[in-house]
Every structure is written in C-alpha cells, then in structure tokens.
Design a protein around this ligand. Structure first.
Ligand code: BJW
Ligand code: ZN
Length: 260
C-alpha cells in the first residue's frame, strides 16, 4: 500500500473514530471479492449477452418468465456458494464498536448477515426469498424448482412465483427505506462502498447525509457517480481496504478510551 493511501486511510479513520452514528451504503462491489458478480459488469457465460437492467423488471419477466427465473436460480446458486470476505467482516467489526450503526445494502445476498452484521436494511430485497407475482403470497422454494425451465406457479392464484427482490419501476420496501433515510439524515459520517451510485432512491441517501453536513467516505476501485461528493475516496477493493480502515479506527478508539 502506498504512502498516499496510508494517509487517506488515517484521515478517514480519524473522522470515523470521532463519529457516534455511522451509516453505510453498500453495493455489489462489496461482494465482488466473494465471487458474487457485480450487477453491471459481471454477467458471465450464458448470461453475458443479456442486459441485466431488462431482466430485472416486470417487462423482462412478462416477456420471458423462464429466462428471468433461470437467471435468478443461477445467481442464487452463486450466492449460496459464496462466503463473506474480509470487507464484510470489517463492517461487522465496525458495527460492534459503534453506538449507532446502520448498514444499508442494495445487495440481495445475505453475506453481511453471515459475516455478523446485525442492523442490516435490504433496500432491494433478498434473492433467497420468493413470493407470487400476482397476489404476493410467500413461497418456499423446492429442490425441483431450481432446475426448472419455468417459474413455479402460485397455488392460490396460479400466477408465476418470483424472487422477492425489487425490480426497476417497483417500490422499495417502505419501512427499510424510511429507516435508511432516517439514518442518512442523522449520521455523523456516511460510508459509500462498492456501488456505482446510479440507482435511485438508494443513490440519494448520501446526498441527504451531505445536506446535513455529514462527511462522505467512499471505497471503490473505480470512480462512481457519487465520488465527486465524497470528502475522501479510498480507491481500491473493499476486501483489502476496509480491514485496514477498521483496524485504524479501532486503534484510535482504544486511544480515546485510554488516553495517556
Ligand atoms: C468494487 C469492487 C471491490 C467492483 N470493492 N467496489 C430518479 C432519477 C432517475 C431515475 C429514477 C429516479 N428514481 C427512480 C428512478 C428509476 C429507477 C432508477 O434508479 N433508474 C436508474 C438506473 C436511472 N429506480 C427504480 O426503479 C427504483 N424504484 C423506484 O424508484 O420506485 C418508485 C418509482 C417507480 C416508477 C417510476 C418512478 C419511481 C427501484 C430500483 C430497484 C433496483 N433493483 C436492482 C435489481 C435487484 C434485483 C437483482 O439483483 O436482480 O438492484 S438493479 C441493480 O442495481 C441492483 C443493485 O442493487 C443496484 C445497484 O447496483 P450496484 O450495487 O451499485 O452495482 P453495480 O454493478 O452498478 O456497481 C458495482 C460497483 O462496485 C462499481 O462501482 C465497481 O467499481 C465497484 N466494485 N469491485 C469495492 N472489489
Ligand atoms: Zn398468487
């Protein structure tokens, strides 16, 4: 790690260590080092010729329910095989040392929870949950559904079953969004990690924090739509940078508790 990055990490750690209320927004990049493809860049193999933005919509599902179903079964398997990486673990450790900590994720995987994070808001739903696209009845996935060419159908209304994720044009879960907005408006610092920052209303959360004068700290190897508003941009993979950052915070917090 070069000297400039060390200095940026120390500056970010100073801000975070002084904060009592921390809000974090994560995106697909935080799970990239676990082998879960990001939404916009990592559609591989069979799926690389399809536009994920079209598959993740009511229009895409109506046009070809079997294709959308098979895409989600493929991604579910990827998530189930994945393990949390050191970036997920570092965020769980930061939560454990912070009085008020809200982890807002756009990810549909459960890697934050598996790493030990407790207060997680899933703005875009969960890939391992299912419900009826017509009447909303929850559905428990059966083994035989996984390899099926078409989605199962609802026993109540016969409509197709779909994953409980939020597609384009659909409303985000109201309670999660309200809690995320409250966290953004009341935090002392807002971390933005591994997101391209192009999907709303999630991308508006750091704007809300910034309006209340909370500094924004970003971790992403590439520039994002949110980089411009960040006080500090830590340019690199979250699996490598977050453990360093959280360790620097821990050392500062320990120093605050036991001043010489
Ligand atoms: C690393 C890394 C490493 C790589 N370490 N980083 C206002 C303005 C304009 C448009 C709208 C607006 N309000 C609403 C809209 C419409 C729309 C929208 O935002 N469109 C934009 C694309 C323009 N929003 C909606 O439709 C939302 N609903 C809504 O607003 O309802 C009200 C309404 C309805 C109708 C009309 C108007 C209003 C719903 C959005 C739902 C998004 N759902 C998805 C799919 C979920 C299910 C699934 O996964 O299949 O959520 S889309 C997809 O994008 C997914 C993600 O959660 C989300 C964000 O993507 P993310 O996480 O940022 O991933 P990537 O791939 O884009 O980026 C990865 C990043 O990681 C990159 O930056 C890399 O550099 C980085 N990275 N390796 C750290 N190792
Ligand atoms: Zn139904």
């Amino acid at each position: 790690m070069n000297e400039k990055m060390e200095r940026l990490i120390e500056s970010a750690a100073e801000i975070i260590a002084a904060a009592r209320r921390i809000a974090v927004l994560t995106g697909a990049g935080v799970s990239a080092e676990s082998g879960v493809g990001t939404f916009r860049d990592a559609q591989t193999g069979l799926w690389s010729r399809f536009d994920p933005q079209q598959l993740a919509s009511q229009e895409g599902f109506a046009a070809d329910p079997g294709r959308v179903w098979r895409w989600y079964m493929h991604r579910l398997e990827m998530v189930e095989r994945a393990r949390p990486n050191p970036g997920h673990a570092a965020l769980a450790a930061l939560e454990a040392m912070t009085p008020t900590f809200t982890l807002i994720t756009q990810n549909v995987d459960d890697l934050h929870e598996r790493a030990g994070s407790r207060n997680v808001l899933h703005l875009h739903g969960r890939i391992e949950r299912f419900h009826c696209n017509g009447c909303g009845l929850p559905y428990t996935l059966r083994m035989e559904d996984r390899d099926a060419p078409m989605p199962p159908t609802c026993t109540f209304c016969t409509d197709y079953i779909r994953p409980s994720v939020v597609w384009f044009g659909e409303l985000l879960p109201a309670q999660e969004l309200a809690e995320a907005q409250r966290a953004a408006e009341t935090c002392d610092v807002f971390l933005v990690i591994g997101t391209s920052g192009v999907v709303y209303p999630a991308a508006h959360l750091p704007v809300m924090a910034k309006r209340r004068a909370a500094p924004i700290i970003e971790v992403n190897p590439e520039e994002s739509a949110l980089s411009e508003m960040a006080e500090i941009w830590l340019s690199g993979p979250s699996g490598a940078l977050l453990p360093r950052l959280v360790e620097a915070v821990r050392l500062r917090r320990a120093g605050q508790e036991n001043p010489r």
